[in-house]
Design a protein around this ligand. Sequence first.
Ligand SMILES: O=C(O)CCC(=O)C(=O)O
Length: 318
Amino acid sequence: MPQAELDALYTESRELWVPASVPRVPYHPTALEFCSRYVARNTPVVLTGVPPPPWADCGEVGDCLDGLIQAAGGGDCSITVNWSPHGLGDHIDSSIGLFVKPHEQKQSLQSFVDDLRDRGNCSYGVQGVPYYSMQNSNLTEELPNLCTGLPVLDFADAAFGAPPEACNLWIGDDRSRTVSHKDHAENCYFVFSGAKRFVLRPPCDVVRIEERLVPAATYKPDSSGVLRAVKDEPSSSISWIPPEARADKDENGALVVTVSAGEMLYLPSLWYHSVYNVHVGPKHTPIVAVNFWYPMAFDSPLFVYYSFLRRAYRSKLR
Ligand SMILES: O=C(O)CCC(=O)C(=O)O
């Protein structure tokens, strides 16, 4: 594909489709408004004035974790926490040429909260940064009591034509960061405490983002609790965005939006996003969010056009 065509795609997408900034509208829209203005156009929007669930109702700057533990049924609940040496979720470590996933540590909810507050070593001897960030519907699977009082999503259920397929709880602090990636899902992302900074790029930027295929590995604690990347067995490879790629380090041409407590970001399917946890108010108050993943439509013009661009760009690189 000629470079001039790729440049035209970039310019035209910004002129005609991608908004100059992410709009903010009051929660909650009708299904028709949500669908016609945002879902059908595959553009993000922030909904404001979302009522928090009772366990998160402590204002933007409060620490809701004691109330959360109580509402969850007590500190003994067993949860799976992602631990990484420097707070990065799934990412490529270019110095060793591996795609590395965090260490998954089963621990009690209370010990996780203590570890997060201490900002020190894990009560189980692991050294690193804890982030409750499993994406296997950890809220419904591990802490189902917290589902009570979550915001009503009837407009999204109707717009996507199905209930959510996963509901994830995110609890962390500003040491944790999610590097640029895309998901094959429609994402309704609520922040209840602190704030999250999203750096977004539309799916057509696939022609500017050079993914790399690298062997997969997982952090594992050694005998002193230091997390080391160990190659997965049986071996597999993952195509991912390396840290030196523009999508991860340069915000030029990206939509940047900070989502505060009491807001929901609709993050459309296939949009590239990197996510930063942002403290608001007293240092180190936790950043708490819940997101719902809805199935994306593969039988859609968006998916077909995205796949075409991805293939065309890959063959240009060869
Ligand atoms: O909050 C985060 O750290 C990451 C969220 C994310 O990547 C997602 O919801 O797809």
